[in-house]
Design a binder for this molecule. Structure first.
Ligand code: GLC
Ligand code: GLC
Length: 645
């Protein structure tokens, strides 16, 4: 079809039928402008996905009306924010940015409690707060809230919708961007759509992947991996209400939505705009790699998954352009990169950096980290990484086997080693972690544990061993120094700033004991915060050390918009990178990943040019550059280049 002619005709027809009654004349003009601008792209994407359907135009028209309604309901304050963000789209690249992720209940009891914790967040320097899913979800196991029964209703254990509205405003006033989950790959089996499907309503059965028998599922199954093999084998569950097999990539109670159905796209867009209108500034696209299924493939990272996300992005550009997407693609590094684009996801978790930081702590060898970052760190200057060390999920060893292979490292064996190391089964390991998702057929697993426990603090405290404790504290600070300086939004997992240790109480809870990820989902109490203020405890050293790093980050623009070059240090345990800002200021970050001193050549680091370098962390000046720099165990240097005096 001649796309250009078609889209113009469609747009004209849609505009004549469009109800804009909820908007002022001025707002109508803004909406129509944005629609005109986005429509060619949106239309092309939807044609690609749904163009074969006889009812294509019906759904397109309905979608545009949904966008208009969403825009009409958007508050004036948020519309102003839309304009501000459109004028300064790179707000997330600033040196002031600092993220935190937390569970409302674990961090503060409920939404009201969270509002009272805002001063703590401000004091910590947080400007971006990801609240783990807080929507209505099944009682008992709800996959930590990732099984959503109602996107528009706050889980009543956390408070009311009104509490959320107030919190959202209070966060905005405190300069903190609210980040919410967009759980759009699946709903819970208690969502009204799922309930209607269970009751036999065909319209809603078509919202999911439902099959009368196992024939088609078995065909798909040949190419799929299993995400939670410890609780359920395969990717399909039997639903005895509808007498059908249902596609459930994650748990039985998480039903995958069927995006071959445009009604699903439209319905979810409506939910998305509701979330946008709550005032969040980023949506975390949960499990986005799984949203498109294609027979004969592993049904991850399919081309149409990208088209769908771009189409959602385009919808936001029309109705709520202040909101950006964050990709949660925990997949092969090459696939992670494909989601990052200003027209798809402006932000993305950086699982490769996360996994390789842990890898390097175990091996004390930075080659894989250095080469992988040289290959995969650079992304579009319009986008930003969200760099993290721990989160609520397990650690999967998502490095590229080809890059590992070039260094003579066998990916399969190496993952086994890492699992052994971090679950404490490897002799001499400093880590106290727990195996997760152990696959009964192949022994494969992933790793859980709090940052502090994985970094050795639990062992150090248990053995009352000052050296182990010292190393653990240094590791914790070093890994944070990396996410704070390498480029992107650093995201702290709440509790890590206080060095909280594993919490094993989940083992006693029937709704949690089969899911080891709860070991790192730890309550953050007032007592913990107070304890971190008690001088010279490990918790205090972590908390104060981190504060210093954060203050420095916020002080120098080179931590914000700048480019990153990963250096080859020719020294096994050293990781180094250089950040260069537009004004020419440059920062050289050097980390020693081992408990032994390291020497690294100044020439390799590019220090030999007569400039004056000052270590922001020790105030030592490196001038004129010595031939070699010496780093103490786990030492980090942040060398800032200032002009010769
Ligand atoms: C994401 C979440 C994880 C959840 C899964 C299913 O990966 O981070 O916690 O289990 O999606 O929603
Ligand atoms: C898988 C998924 C990832 C999710 C995790 C939950 O690794 O790829 O999205 O976070 O499972 O454990």
């Amino acid at each position: 079809m001649d796309i250009e002619r078609e889209y113009k005709r469609s747009l004209e027809r849609i505009l004549t039928g469009l109800d804009l009654s909820g908007m002022s004349k001025r707002e109508q003009a803004v909406f129509i402008d944005r629609l005109n601008e986005q429509f060619p792209r949106l239309f092309a994407l939807l044609v690609e996905i749904y163009g074969q359907r006889y009812d294509f135009f019906y759904y397109l028209q309905q979608l545009v009306q949904t966008l208009a309604n969403g825009f009409a309901k958007r508050s004036n304050v948020l519309k102003q924010k839309d304009n501000a963000r459109l004028a300064a789209p790179h707000w997330y690249q600033g040196e002031n940015m600092l993220g935190m992720a937390c569970y409302v209940d674990l961090f503060a009891g409920d939404l009201k409690g969270l509002q009272q914790r805002i001063p703590y967040l401000v004091e910590t320097g947080i400007t971006y707060l990801h609240l783990m899913p807080l929507y209505d979800s099944p009682k008992g196991d709800s996959d930590g809230g990732y099984a959503v029964s109602d996107y528009r209703k706050v889980n009543d254990t956390l408070g009311s919708n009104k509490d959320l509205e107030e919190l959202s405003k209070a966060l905005a006033e405190a300069g903190i961007s609210l980040v919410l989950d967009f759980v759009f790959n699946h709903t819970s089996d208690e969502h009204p759509w799922a309930l209607a499907a269970k009751a036999g309503e065909q319209k809603y059965q078509e919202f999911y992947y439902m099959f009368d028998d196992k024939h088609v599922p078995d065909e798909y199954e040949k190419h799929l991996r299993e995400i939670f093999p410890q609780v359920r084998r395969g990717n399909f569950s039997w639903d005895s209400d509808s007498n059908k097999w249902v596609w459930t990539t994650f748990n039985n109670f998480q039903w995958d939505l069927n995006y071959t159905n445009p009604a699903v796209f439209n319905a979810i867009t409506d939910e998305m705009l509701y979330l946008a209108n709550l005032g969040c500034e980023a949506l975390r696209l949960d499990a986005l790699a799984f949203i498109w299924k294609e027979m004969g493939t592993n049904c991850e990272n399919q081309a149409k998954a990208h088209s769908l996300i771009q189409a959602f992005n385009s919808c936001l550009q029309i109705a709520a352009p202040a909101v950006v997407f964050k990709s949660e693609a925990i997949v092969h590094p090459d696939e992670v990169l494909k989601y990052i684009d200003k027209q798809e996801c402006q932000l993305s978790y950086n699982p490769l950096l996360m996994a390789l930081i842990w890898n390097t702590l175990a091996t004390r060898d930075t080659h894989l980290l250095t080469e992988s970052m040289q290959k995969s760190f650079e992304i579009s200057p319009d986008c930003a990484w969200v760099n993290y060390v721990r989160c609520h999920d397990d650690i999967g060893w998502t490095f590229d086997d080809a890059v590992a292979g070039q260094q003579g490292v066998n990916g399969y064996d190496h993952r086994r080693f890492l699992n052994q190391f971090y679950t404490g089964r490897f002799e001499g390991s400093f880590a106290t972690g727990v195996a997760f998702g152990e696959n009964p057929s192949n022994g494969d697993c992933r790793v859980c544990g709090s940052l502090a426990s994985l970094a050795g603090l639990e062992q150090g405290i248990e053995q009352n061993n000052a050296t182990l404790i010292e190393h653990a504290v240094a590791r914790i600070l070093m890994v944070h120094s990396i996410i704070l300086s390498i480029g992107g939004i650093p995201l702290i997992y709440s509790g890590d700033e206080l060095a909280l240790l594993n919490d094993y109480s989940y083992e006693q809870d029937d709704s949690k004991k089969h899911d080891e990820r709860w070991v790192q989902r730890i309550p953050v109490t007032d007592a913990d915060i107070q304890a971190s203020k008690k001088k010279d405890t490990p918790q205090n050293r972590v908390a104060t050390g981190l504060k210093t790093l954060i203050c420095l980050r916020k002080q120098y623009s080179v931590f914000g918009q700048a480019s990153t070059r990963i250096i080859t240090p020719h020294q096994n345990a050293v990781f180094a990178y250089q950040r260069t800002a537009k004004d020419g200021t440059s920062l050289l970050a050097i980390c020693n990943f081992s408990e032994h001193k390291q020497r690294v050549s100044s020439i390799t680091l590019g220090l030999g040019n007569g400039d004056v370098w000052q270590d922001l962390l020790s105030s030592v000046r490196v001038s004129p550059a010595p031939q070699e720099l010496e780093l103490a165990p786990y030492q980090v240097m942040w060398l800032l280049n200032s002009q010769p005096v």
